[in-house]
Design a protein around this ligand. Structure first.
Ligand code: NAD
Length: 367
């Protein structure tokens, strides 16, 4: 049997630094748990532009399509700011998402107890929080036509169109229900059915898909009320499914309940491939952090937790994913802190590789 394949795209800025720690953890799972991946590495973003004149070479795109999962660091940097829009580093990432048709974006908001003081909310509101927002990623108002800025009489008018087909809603709903089945079997769908026809259809289709998941308790909420509830008492939710625009806002809101950008992983999933695995891209939510790149200050945890998501959602290794998450929890409980996690209560300062060392030691201790 061949090993599952993993394409690694470290990208720019802190991407290669945080990915180096992930590579060590992948090696650990190979030697200690017999979980061997066929790992290959390639360029994306500014570094790909420097070498090929394009932020994503066609060969890299083809390798991503073939891989069982893709793990990406981050792209971008000030040296690329003046490039033509068509070759900006971010275009490489957008091409990956579009051509792999990654319609379901999973953004967990998990609060590790040791970091509960980092939240802007009261500790008891966020401690132990563990929710997942599923955002539709490839349709809706960011893609709908007509769009543009047009002249109407004496003034300009800016137009974007919210458009969803039944099948687009159904497939993201299905991925959210599947996820709910693996968690606490509770799903809340958010839209604005009170003022938007696309919201009415969204609610109808999610309800229809839900008939195939009788074990999941489905609820509906208007997205604005959802934003309020997320800040009031986020622990009432488990899985939330919503459209592209509301998901963009709600997932950022939920993520920040938990503290630092350096802690947040994500997954973007598409349709199942021939082997039954979904097309999948895993990446930290943060960018390339040019202000700290090359200084050993970057927090590798967001990228490491993205690997944990890959273990769980692409490779059916939920127990090993939990082992890795447990190792992260352990080092945080021990007070180890990269600079971004250093709060008023202090902690043991560690570099990027120091955090990697500690997580590897905690993995060893978990055996
Ligand atoms: P950023 O996420 O790179 O950085 C924002 C702030 O958070 C910075 O102060 C940075 O030092 C800090 N930070 C981010 N990740 C960290 C980590 N792992 N550890 C410690 N501190 C961390 O966002 P930005 O500054 O707005 O953008 C910088 C570049 O990244 C831009 O070129 C932008 O286009 C790009 N970007 C890429 C992605 C992506 O690749 N998915 C996402 C967002 C931004």
């Amino acid at each position: 049997m061949t090993n599952p394949s993993l394409l690694i795209l470290p990208g720019d800025g802190i991407g290669p630094e945080v990915m180096a720690e992930v590579r060590r953890i992948i090696d650990w799972f190979g030697t200690q748990r017999g979980l061997v991946f066929d790992v290959s590495e390639d360029l994306v973003g500014g570094c790909a532009y420097d070498k090929h004149g394009t932020p994503l070479h066609d060969d890299t795109m083809a390798r991503a399509q073939d891989a069982d999962a893709v793990l990406l660091g981050a792209v971008g940097g000030p040296q690329y700011d003046d490039l033509d829009f068509s070759v900006k580093p971010e275009r490489g990432l957008l091409r990956l998402r579009k051509e792999m048709d990654l319609f379901s974006n999973l953004r967990p908001a998990q609060c590790f107890d040791a970091l509960a003081d980092f939240s802007s909310l009261k500790k008891d509101v966020v401690a132990g929080l563990d929710i997942m927002i599923v955002r539709e990623l490839t349709s809706g108002v960011y893609f709908g036509e007509p769009r543009g800025i047009f002249k109407e009489g004496n003034e300009r008018v800016g137009i974007n169109t919210q458009r969803y087909t039944e099948s687009e809603i159904a497939r993201v709903a299905r991925s959210a229900f599947d996820l709910a089945m693996k968690r606490s079997k509770k799903l809340c769908s958010m839209e604005k059915a009170n003022v938007m026809e696309s919201g009415i259809l969204w609610r109808e289709v999610v309800t229809e898909v839900g008939r195939d998941y009788p074990e999941v308790t489905l609820s509906h909420m208007y997205a604005d009320a959802g934003a309020m509830q997320l800040t009031r008492w986020p622990k009432q939710f488990d899985v939330i499914v919503t459209d592209n625009l509301f998901g963009d806002l709600l997932s950022d809101l939920a993520a920040m309940l938990t503290g630092s950008l350096g802690m947040l992983p994500s997954a973007s999933l598409g349709a199942p491939m021939a082997n039954g695995r979904p097309k999948a891209l895993y990446e930290p939510v943060h960018g390339s952090a040019p202000d700290i790149a090359g200084q050993g200050k970057a927090n590798p945890i967001a990228c490491i937790l993205s690997l944990a998501m890959a273990l769980r959602y692409s490779f059916d290794q939920g127990a090993e994913a939990a082992r890795l998450e447990g190792a992260v929890e352990r080092v945080l409980a021990d007070g180890l802190r990269t600079a971004d996690l250093m709060g008023p209560e202090g902690g043991v300062p560690v570099s990027t590789s120091g955090m990697g060392d500690a997580i590897l030691a905690a993995l060893d201790a978990s055996l």
